[in-house]
Design a protein around this ligand. Sequence first.
Ligand SMILES: O=C1O[C@H](COP(=O)(O)O)[C@@H](O)[C@H](O)[C@H]1O
Length: 260
Amino acid sequence: MSQANLYSFPAVDALAPALRAYVIQAQNAGIARHGVFKVAVSGGSLPKTLAQALLPAPSSDADTVHWDKWEIFFADERAVPLDHADSNYGLLKTELLDKLPPSTTQPTVHPIDTNLLDDTQELADQYEQVLVHSFAGRDSVRLPIFDLLLLGCGPDGHTCSLFPGHELLRETDAWVAPIEDSPKPPPRRVTLTLPVVTHAVKVAFVATGAGKKEVMKEIFEGGNGLPCALVNEGAGDRASWFVDDPAVEGVTYVRRPFNL
Ligand SMILES: O=C1O[C@H](COP(=O)(O)O)[C@@H](O)[C@H](O)[C@H]1O
């Protein structure tokens, strides 16, 4: 059985160029496949690291981020207005999108429909319809296949808004699901479901800082049914972890040298 790749770097400034190279390779493969790059992103600490990876000017044609071809979705989102401090869209906008050079054609971004914030089931259903439309219809595809998912890992092993032990981990039908009892605030959210996450062409996790080392040990040395471990099991070597050394201190799982 294939296993997740674990790439570790002394610090975020060494991790960022590797993440950039990996994202650009996924981007180019997506564009070659269907003319666009369909990517879903998390909130939390990810957008800041992503900005560090993707904002520097390209060093060559091969190193270019083709923002005009990006179609950005949210791996999870909180049921709040887009300008709320808890919004994952808001975070991506302030950390990354607002910092693109003015001459850049902005990517297509798919935020949640904030008219539906009062009903998380409707919010999730509407976001699923966005995917249905973008991925050519639920009748023709069993699951949407993202070119890349860029995910975080919480200190409890959650990813997207899939939390340890939560019934949502058993969801097999919906592509996007509501959650009303997230243990991490805010409680009301929507999230991609596990089958969608594990079916992506590639899944990249970014986890940095010593605050993650205990959960990294658990994920890579047993799994314990943690959501991040379930993604590793489902995606195998399509999953890659970009971490800094403090996040994997004491983790015995074999790191790979980063080579594309
Ligand atoms: O609540 C959330 O947390 C996770 C992890 O965040 P991090 O700050 O520990 O990286 C994040 O991936 C998710 O999108 C977010 O809604």
